[in-house]
Design a protein around this ligand. Structure first.
Ligand SMILES: Nc1ncnc2c1ncn2[C@@H]1O[C@H](COP(=O)(O)OP(=O)(O)O)[C@@H](O)[C@H]1O
Ligand SMILES: [Mg+2]
Length: 586
């Protein structure tokens, strides 16, 4: 009966979440089941002690004879020895299984994270990623192990203790159980009470992590703008809101435990009152009564504690819920089942009436038509914010078009496998991410079969030869996290070297030299010129001097193509390009 009530409290919610975890338990089910089975005797210990109290009281204390009760102390020692060993084994097994499950979940989530499209990262903070993809799994799994273990021992012990209650006196047992139902009732409301607070707590918790990330990545800006105090204050504010939420949580749930405690005390009082009546009327023996009370106290104590622990239970269940929200959320940009591989030479790239908006209700690109033949260079120019980067980002499918289509060799890129598509495109951004490690690692990336000779060619083409020759460790020099030990031009050339090694037929250059001073720009430009040879190129450049030689220049303004032609043609036109060019010449 006790179990039934308990189930009812969380049934839908708990079952639905634990069910989702089952596939993750499956690989380890043998150990998991064993871990569960050995907690059963652990839970029944309490009942045994309570049960033994009856013969002990009735024979040793009331009849004042020893008889069979001589074995009781020995029995207790033997049983608790067994119990302790099993307890150890179950802790060990539970932790083993729990950690394995947590690892598998994290691997799954990491895979999800890798496969999310750009728009996911647009709207998710770094703090949220760390909090939800890593922290939540720990909360969920740690809670899960201890909860399952606790739940099973409690259920077993409750069932056994309830048996002892009925064995001693069914009338008293009915009273005790009715009170227990009343005492458990408030727990059914907890989830509802804490749900919105929990949501806010996750948000604030993520913000805390984001503060740390920003303090790390933004330390130069923070130092130069004297932002220490400002950021410290922001951090304090966030912490304060986490604190307030924590307090609110306690306000809403803290009343549970005292309330249950109170109801349970009423139950004990009722039992003692009615019990005395039953004893005096001779319906039960003193031994039965003492055994009953002992069992009842043992049954109620964990109940009272549960009022407090239930918060943790709910917390970890909510973490499970959040984890599976991520597990269940499929990335939007994926391979179609019938996706094809891009094979053979690139013949042409075509944007056909492409419109696109980051948000559904606001189009950024409108009716873009653009054709690039193999080996050609197309330059996108125009004022900042016009949509040049957006046009380029659609080709490797960082985002998918809202309407229209982009085709390579006449095949819609949405019908091409993502891996194959991206294999064919090398992108050099204005700010390229470098991994912590060596220069070599950053150029080679995941390739394991790059010969020293090939690497040297790449280094030469990317104009890195001189720089690397100066380094004591050469290619194996460490570059620091995000390449902090390098200059902007050096970082850029490493990114270009990557693109060389990738040897993709299509190259996108998005303001690759805009962040550089004139001198390093010249070197990087040389590397870029090498990279552009014999490839199909989309180049976005701020400085028009770098796009003069493009086969076609396209002027983008407010998401539309306003001019198209060669440098000379556009100058003759005396339109947007000509005026841009003139302002820059000045
Ligand atoms: N990830 C994004 N989410 C929402 N809006 C964006 C995003 N990136 C760019 N935009 C908006 O799209 C427009 C075009 O931006 P972009 O393509 O970067 O211009 P350009 O490269 O020509 O400077 C801008 O108004 C910009 O605010
Ligand atoms: Mg841009």
């Amino acid at each position: 009966m006790h179990k039934k009530i308990k189930d009812k409290i969380n049934s839908a919610y708990m079952v639905q979440n634990y069910k989702k975890i089952l596939p993750f338990v499956k690989p380890y089910w043998g150990r998991a089941v064993l871990a569960v089975i050995i907690t059963i005797p652990v839970g029944s210990m309490d009942a045994l002690i309570a049960l033994l109290l009856k013969p002990y009281m009735d024979i040793a204390l009331v009849e004042k004879s020893i008889g069979a009760t001589a074995y009781i102390p020995l029995l207790i020692i033997a049983f608790s020895l067994l119990q302790s060993s099993l307890n150890y084994a179950s802790t060990y097994l539970n932790t083993w299984v729990g950690r394995k499950i947590a690892n598998d979940l994290k691997i799954k989530l990491f895979d999800r994270l890798m496969n999310y499209e750009a728009s996911f990262f647009d709207k998710t903070s770094s703090g949220e990623v760390q909090f939800r993809f890593n922290g939540d799994v720990d909360t969920a799994c740690n809670g899960l192990i201890s909860n399952i273990k606790l739940l099973i021992t409690r259920v077993v012990s409750s069932v056994a203790l309830t048996g002892v209650l009925f064995y001693n006196s069914w009338q008293l047992a009915l009273i005790a159980l009715s009170v227990m139902i009343c005492a458990l009732y408030p727990l059914t409301t907890i989830r509802r009470r804490v749900k919105d607070i929990m949501k806010k707590t996750v948000f604030s918790g993520s913000q805390v992590v984001t503060h740390f990330n920003e303090a790390y990545s933004g330390n130069r800006v923070i130092t130069s703008y004297n932002l220490k105090e400002h950021l410290q204050n922001r951090f304090k504010e966030t912490l304060q809101s986490v604190f307030t939420l924590g307090i609110k949580m306690v306000q809403r749930t803290g009343v549970m435990s005292p309330l249950m405690h109170f109801i349970i005390s009423i139950g004990i009082a009722l039992v003692i009152w009615y019990g005395s009546y039953l004893i005096t009327s001779g319906e039960i023996t003193t031994g039965s009564f003492v055994s009953f009370i002992a069992a009842l106290l043992m049954l109620y104590t964990p109940l009272k504690a549960m009022g407090n622990n239930f918060n943790n239970v709910i917390n970890s269940l909510m973490a499970v819920e959040r984890v599976f929200e991520l597990v269940d959320a499929e990335p939007q940009i994926t391979d179609k089942p019938e996706a094809v591989k891009l094979s053979g030479e690139i013949k042409d790239i075509e944007y056909k009436n492409v419109s696109f908006g980051y948000a559904a209700d606001k189009l950024i690109l409108k009716n873009i038509d653009l054709k690039i033949n193999a080996g050609q260079t197309v330059a996108l120019v125009g004022n900042s914010g016009g949509g040049k980067t957006t046009i380029a980002n659609l080709l490797p499918r960082f985002y998918d078009v809202t309407s229209g289509a982009i085709k390579i060799n006449g095949i819609d890129i949405r019908d091409i496998g993502l891996h194959s598509l991206r294999e064919h495109i090398a992108v050099v951004f204005q700010d390229n991410f470098l991994f912590s490690g060596t220069i070599r690692e950053n150029i080679v990336l995941d390739k394991t079969d790059v010969s020293e000779e090939a690497l040297n060619t790449v280094v030469k083409s990317a104009c890195l030869e001189e720089f690397i020759a100066e380094l004591k460790e050469g290619l194996d020099a460490q570059i620091g996290e995000r390449g902090v030990l390098l200059s902007g031009g050096q970082k850029q050339r490493i990114a270009i070297a990557r693109a060389f090694l990738k040897n993709a037929p299509i190259v996108i250059l998005d303001e690759a030299t805009s962040a550089l001073d004139n001198k390093s720009e010249a070197v990087v430009q040389k590397a870029i010129d090498n990279l552009m040879k014999n490839r199909t190129v989309i180049v976005i450049a701020h400085r028009l001097s770098t796009v003069r030689n493009a086969d076609t220049i396209i002027v983008v303004k407010q998401g539309k193509i306003v001019e198209k032609g060669s440098h000379e043609e556009l100058l003759e036109l005396e339109g947007a390009y000509a005026s841009l060019y003139k302002t820059q010449l000045k």
